[in-house]
Ligand binder design. Structure first.
Ligand code: GRF
Length: 188
C-alpha cells in the first residue's frame, strides 16, 4: 500500500509510523513521501532524517487557496498513492483534493468525533468538562474533521489534566490507532 503523509507540526504521530515501519510492523506500507503546508516542520525534518522523500507546498506562497489546493493535489497525485494520510495536517482541503482521493484521504483527530472538531479539540473537550474523550481516525472530506469514521479510542480525562498532558495521553492512543488502521488498510 503506497501512502503519502501530510504534516503541519512536530510530526510526533508520524514518527510513531516511521518507527513502526522500521520495526517491521507495517510490512505492506510504502511511504512514498511526506509533505507539509509550510517550511520547517518537525514532521518533514524527521522524515528526511529517516531517509524518506519530502515536499512542501507552502500555503503562504499562494495568493489563492484554490491554487494551493491544486498544487497539493497534483503533488500528491504524482506519487500515485493508494492513500493520503493526514497526521497533524492542519489545512482544510477542497473538493478537487477530495475528489482525487475520495475515501482514500485518512485523518486523525484528538477527540471522539463528531464531538469537538477543529484545531482545538483537546482544549474544547477539557473546557467542556467531559470525563472521557479520545481520538478518531476517519476518511476526511471537505468539512472540518468530518467524514466516515474508521476507528476510535477512548481516553479518560484526569482531574489535574492540562491541555498538554491530556493531548500527550491522547497522542499515545492516537499513534496506536493510526498504526492499527494502516495495518488494516494495508491488508485490504
Ligand atoms: C495530533 O493530535 C493530530 O491529531 C492533531 O494534531 C496533533 C499532531 O501532533 N491534528 P504531531 O504533529 O503529530 O506531534
Amino acid at each position: 500500500m503506497r501512502a503519502v503523509f501530510l504534516v503541519s507540526g512536530s510530526g510526533s504521530n508520524l514518527q510513531a509510523v516511521l518507527d513502526a515501519a522500521a520495526d517491521g510492523q507495517l510490512p505492506q506500507l510504502e511511504i512514498a513521501a511526506v509533505g507539509a503546508d509550510k517550511f520547517g516542520t518537525g514532521g518533514v525534518e524527521r522524515s528526511e532524517e529517516a531517509g524518506y522523500e519530502t515536499f512542501v507546498v507552502d500555503f503562504k506562497s499562494y495568493t489563492d487557496r484554490a491554487e494551493w489546493n491544486h498544487a497539493l493535489t497534483e503533488k500528491c497525485l504524482s506519487y500515485q498513492p493508494d492513500y493520503v494520510i493526514s497526521s497533524g495536517f492542519m489545512r482544510i482541503v477542497n473538493e478537487e483534493f477530495i475528489n482525487a482521493f475520495e475515501n482514500r484521504y485518512v485523518n486523525t483527530h484528538p477527540a471522539l468525533l463528531p464531538a469537538f472538531p477543529g484545531a482545538h479539540g483537546v482544549r474544547d473537550a477539557l473546557n467542556y468538562g467531559v470525563k472521557v474523550t479520545g481520538c478518531t481516525v476517519h476518511y476526511a472530506d471537505t468539512g472540518v474533521d468530518t467524514g466516515p469514521i474508521i476507528a476510535q479510542q477512548a481516553v479518560p480525562v484526569l482531574d489535574d489534566d492540562t491541555e498538554e498532558s491530556l493531548h500527550e495521553r491522547i497522542k499515545i492512543e492516537e499513534r496506536k490507532l493510526l498504526i492499527r488502521v494502516l495495518q488494516e488498510l494495508s491488508a485490504t
